[in-house]
Structures are given as structure tokens and as C-alpha cells.
Design a protein around this ligand. Structure first.
Ligand code: PT1
Length: 286
């Protein structure tokens, strides 16, 4: 693939898929692993192998992130984020024809990732942390996911509060969509994500899944990322992340039943099966 040209075919493919069935986004974290220190090249090779495996397992898009945004995590300088994600994007693009999203809040990282062959910006701050992000998305013609967060990853779990979590998030979406439009981002290029786990209590997360249908009023694709998150562990009696597969499957099924168009998951093979099964139940044919 030539650098500098946005993969328009990937954008068209993703837009079509969200109209036809549930899209599965595979998570690829490119953050230092405290249990593994094989050097940068070995890390790169492992990341690319994991991406290829997720494509084999049925992922429709690979979401690449070089900065953790889990509760309490610290920001990473743009230069370090770029060192982590760019080689991975380039290597994946050389080896397989799969759409790539860049999970970042920084316009510099987004711009260079798009230059390297990504077609979507997944911004957990909903274009809110970096004042230049909306302009980069508009100018490049990329897809973008506007996610809701209350606060910042460092502080978001300190006493999150809402009048009505679903209505408050909808008001935030209205505001962010207006900003996106002013910046010149076509509405057809936007997905919405209520941000499970981003400044929400267990009850807030459950309420979002229960009332997800309300967000379909925007007429835009809805992405849900509940995979292995702590509220699942809490509901199931303090299970660790590696024991949250079935809980994740339940959230994926409920989310799709309630109108989700895409799910962001670690366990691609299992969640593709869950999605295909729920899609079959929901399909109205004839
Ligand atoms: C998400 C998401 C994301 N989640 C989108 N991007 C993360 N669009 C990163 C926990 O409570 O839902 N949507 N990018 C990961 N963030 C978290 C948050 C991970 C909370 C874990 C928790 O365990």
C-alpha cells in the first residue's frame, strides 16, 4: 500500500458492514508488557502476529492503541506513542488487507497513523482532549469514533455522577456532533460509543447496556467496548480479566440485541460466534 493515501475501500467496507451485520473490532494494545521484555523488534513481531491471528478469527477491523486509557493510567508522550504504533500499522498493512483504526486522543498520532494506512480514528475523548483532532479527521476524510468519557483516565473513576447517564451521554453526543460538523467532518463518517468503564459506576455501565436502544436515535453506528472490563469481574464475584469471557459474551449479546452495530473485543473468535448467532436471531428476512 502506498503511504499517504487513505484506504477509501476500507472506509466503504466498514460503512457497508455496519449496515448489514455486527462488526467485530479486535483490540491490539501496543503498550509495554511488564511480563515480557524481548526488545522492540520482538514486540513488533508479536503485535503483528496477534493482528494476523485476529483477522483469521474474523475481525473486521484492528484497533491499535499505544497509550493505555484504563482507569488510573498515565499519559504517554506523542513521540513514544508514535514509536509504538507506527511500525505495527506499517507491518500489518504490508501483510494483510484489513481496516485499521488508531486508538488515540492526539492529533499528531492520528495524522501519522492515517498516513501509515489506518482509516479510522478511535478517540476516547470524543475529539475533546486535543483541539486539533477534529480538523485532522475532517482534512483526511477518515472515519472517527466519538466516545463518551467523564473526566480523564487518571481521575474518571473517582465518584462518577450523572443526572441520567443515558440522557447525559446523549447530550454530550449532540454537542460533539455539532463540533464535528463545524470542523467539516461529514456525519456519515461518525460512529458513537457511550464509553463503558470511562467515568461510570457498575450501575451506570449496566444502565447503558440496558438502554442502549436510546442512542440509535442519532442514526449513526454504535460501538460498544465492554470486553473484560472490571464491572464484569465485579458482577461475577471479583473475577480476574482472564476469567471474564462469558461475562463479555453476555454484554456482546445484550448490546447487539439493543442496537449496537460494532463491538470492540479481545476474544475475537468467541465474540464473532456470539455476534453471528445474535445477528441470526435478529435478522428479519422475507
Ligand atoms: C472503548 C474503549 C476504547 N475502551 C472505544 N475505545 C478502552 N471506542 C480503550 C475497566 O473498567 O470502550 N471504546 N479504547 C479500554 N478502556 C478501559 C476502561 C479498560 C475501563 C478497562 C476498564 O476495567
Amino acid at each position: 500500500m502506498e503511504a499517504g493515501s487513505l484506504p477509501l475501500n476500507h472506509i466503504a467496507r466498514l460503512q457497508q458492514t455496519t449496515r448489514e451485520r455486527t462488526l467485530v473490532m479486535g483490540i491490539l494494545n501496543v503498550t509495554p508488557d511488564s511480563f515480557y521484555d524481548g526488545g522492540r523488534y520482538a514486540q513488533l513481531e508479536l503485535a503483528v502476529q496477534r493482528a494476523l491471528q485476529m483477522v483469521e478469527e474474523g475481525a473486521d477491523i484492528i484497533d491499535i492503541g499505544g497509550e493505555s486509557t484504563r482507569p488510573g493510567s498515565q499519559p504517554v508522550p506523542a513521540e513514544e506513542e508514535l514509536r509504538r504504533v507506527l511500525p505495527v500499522i506499517q507491518a500489518i498493512r504490508q501483510r494483510v488487507d484489513v481496516p485499521i483504526s488508531i486508538d488515540t486522543t492526539k492529533s499528531l498520532v492520528a495524522e501519522q497513523a492515517l498516513q501509515a494506512g489506518a482509516c479510522m480514528v478511535n478517540d476516547i475523548s470524543g475529539l475533546g482532549f486535543d483541539p486539533r483532532m477534529a480538523e485532522v479527521v475532517a482534512r483526511t476524510g477518515a472515519l472517527c469514533c466519538i466516545m463518551h468519557i467523564q473526566g480523564t483516565p487518571q481521575t474518571m473513576q473517582n465518584n462518577p455522577q450523572y443526572d441520567d447517564v443515558v440522557r447525559d451521554i446523549s447530550a454530550y453526543f449532540e454537542e460533539r456532533l455539532a463540533l464535528a460538523e463545524r470542523a467539516g467532518i461529514p456525519r456519515e463518517k461518525v460512529w458513537l460509543d457511550p464509553g463503558i468503564g470511562f467515568g461510570k459506576t457498575v450501575e451506570h455501565n449496566l444502565q447503558i447496556l440496558r438502554r442502549l436502544r436510546e442512542f440509535t436515535a442519532f442514526g449513526l453506528p454504535i460501538l460498544i467496548g465492554a470486553s473484560r472490563k472490571s464491572f464484569i469481574g465485579r458482577i461475577l464475584g471479583d473475577l480476574p480479566p482472564e476469567e471474564r469471557l462469558e461475562g463479555t459474551a453476555a454484554t456482546v449479546a445484550v448490546a447487539i440485541m439493543n442496537g449496537a452495530n460494532a463491538v470492540r473485543v479481545h476474544d475475537v473468535r468467541a465474540m464473532v460466534r456470539v455476534a453471528r448467532m445474535v445477528d441470526a436471531v435478529l435478522r428479519v428476512s422475507g
